[in-house]
Design a protein around this ligand. Structure first.
Ligand code: ADP
Ligand code: MG
Length: 354
């Protein structure tokens, strides 16, 4: 990447963070800056003849801007060339505003030289289409029970529509993305998943291998792979089988096999909650297993935390479960994590090995 586009992206991100930090970070530190960040309130003050603090306000605003640029610059330096895998799911996918913000974040971060891989879900979109075509669906332990008909619909929706919309949205935001199915170039080779309690989930795939050569080749070219979680069977007998893979499983495995710096799961809840519905900001692998055993973690949160921990066991540096309902959640999580701010503003749950 040449220096000029990098500077332009830094400037764009600085403006974004300066705008959002007026609401999120700064109130704890300097309330006067919030006033100075609003040009309309500044003109009102002037109109009322109360312009004595203008110079101070300008200085505060310049200092905030400079701090933001320095933070972004340091974050970019630390993460440049590193891989971050993002599971994109939940509300962040169904709200057009949040979806646009997500695509902007991906484009901005990859233009800064961070190697992003997006793995998306699409549960609500699949359920809607199944309803339209009159195919019933059930869940077991957070996994969709997948008959051949269900997988056909899931493939049509995920690979045909959702995947292309996301790749297109990233490109429209100034990034370069390519949409891939897990069946392309044997990206996600699967066997049939056998549930621990023996329940037959149908064509739900357990990921056996990830074509990391393909992903690394694209990342080296500055391209963001956008992966839809439909896997392929292995060997001459099975290679025509399409498997429905839970997107959390796919993201965790891809992160582990790529040796990513981070894996982030954007979801529709604040993070992992305890029985009193209070956010648990940090969990160890042992905590996670206890919370599953005592049924604090249930349903769709099970594959998320399980594959977050399996990614950590494969050497991934950190796993976050983050609230995708927050605008620009991806950018904020990466920036605030690198800034080392308190977890009150960062939100989400960080899972660590110990
Ligand atoms: P996604 O689209 O992000 O995969 P899921 O519905 O599959 O969303 O998983 C997230 C859901 O997991 C939450 O909305 C919540 O209903 C459920 N869940 C179960 N246990 C917990 C828990 N302990 N903390 C937070 N969410 C939980
Ligand atoms: Mg889910």
């Amino acid at each position: 990447m040449t220096v000029l586009p990098l500077l332009l992206v830094l400037l764009m991100m600085a403006c974004f963070v300066a705008a959002t930090s007026a609401f999120v970070v700064l109130p704890q530190r300097n309330t006067r800056t919030i006033v100075s960040s609003s040009s309309s309130s500044s003109s009102l003050l002037k109109a009322a003849g109360e312009s004595s603090t203008t110079a101070d306000e300008e200085q505060d605003s310049t200092a905030t801007f400079a701090n933001t640029v320095l933070s972004v610059s340091s974050m970019a330096k630390d993460l440049q060339g590193k891989i971050v895998v993002v599971k994109y799911g939940g509300n962040a996918m169904t709200s057009p505003e949040l979806a646009q913000g997500f695509c902007q974040d991906v484009a901005a971060l990859s233009n800064l030289g961070i190697k992003l891989v997006v793995v998306h879900g699409g549960g609500p979109q699949i359920s809607k289409m199944l309803e339209t075509v009159g195919v019933s669906t059930t869940f077991e332990g957070g996994f969709r029970v997948s008959s051949k008909e269900v997988v056909d619909v899931a493939e049509m929706v995920l690979c045909g529509s959702v995947n292309k919309q996301i790749a297109n949205g990233i490109c429209a935001s100034g990034g370069t993305a390519v949409g891939l199915s897990g069946r392309d170039a044997d990206l996600l080779q699967c066997t049939k998943q056998i549930n621990a309690d023996g329940f037959d989930l149908g064509f739900v795939g357990q990921v056996e291998t990830v074509n990391t050569n393909l992903l690394n080749s694209l990342l080296d070219l500055g391209i963001t792979p956008v992966v839809s979680p439909i896997g392929t069977g292995i060997g001459p007998e099975e290679s025509t089988i399409a498997y429905n893979v839970n997107a959390d499983v796919a993201a965790g495995r891809i992160a582990g096999e790529l040796g990513a710096a981070y894996v982030l799961f954007l979801t529709d809840i604040a993070g992992v909650l305890d029985k009193e519905m209070k956010l648990l900001p940090q969990l160890s692998i042992d905590d996670v297993s206890n919370l599953i055993d005592d049924e604090t973690i249930t349903g769709g949160m099970i594959p998320k935390v399980s594959y977050a921990t399996s990614a950590l066991e494969l050497g991934v540096g950190g796993a976050f479960i983050t609230d995708g309902r927050v605008p620009h959640a991806l950018l904020k999580q990466i920036l605030q994590n690198k800034q080392g701010d308190g977890d009150e503003t960062t939100g989400g749950t960080l899972i660590t090995t110990e």
